[in-house]
Design a protein around this ligand. Structure first.
Ligand code: ZN
Length: 88
């Protein structure tokens, strides 16, 4: 999170704010929303892959379910870290 100058009134505004608190000028809300959605999508895909690996585990023995579980968990954790990194 950083302070930027509002393009309309030049007051200091947080770049995480959806709009300038002084004049109401939107501060790139669309870009922030798209970023969050893409992280959520990766999170959901990670959970799904991990779940498939989890339920395949007892049925199909071998390295594939473990690999799916690991890969899904990594995707999930990675998306959380990426979201934190981009918005922290
Ligand atoms: Zn402003």
């Amino acid at each position: 999170m950083a302070l930027i100058a509002c393009p309309d009134c030049s007051k200091q505004v947080s770049d995480a704010a959806p709009a300038c608190p002084n004049c109401g000028k939107p501060i790139a809300p669309v870009q922030i929303e798209q970023t969050r959605k893409s992280f959520k999508l990766v999170m959901v895909i990670g959970i799904l892959i991990a779940l498939v690996g989890f339920f395949l585990g007892p049925v199909a023995k071998g390295a594939v379910p473990t690999a799916l579980l690991l890969f899904g968990s990594l995707l999930f954790v990675g998306s959380i870290i990426a979201a934190w990194w981009n918005h922290g």
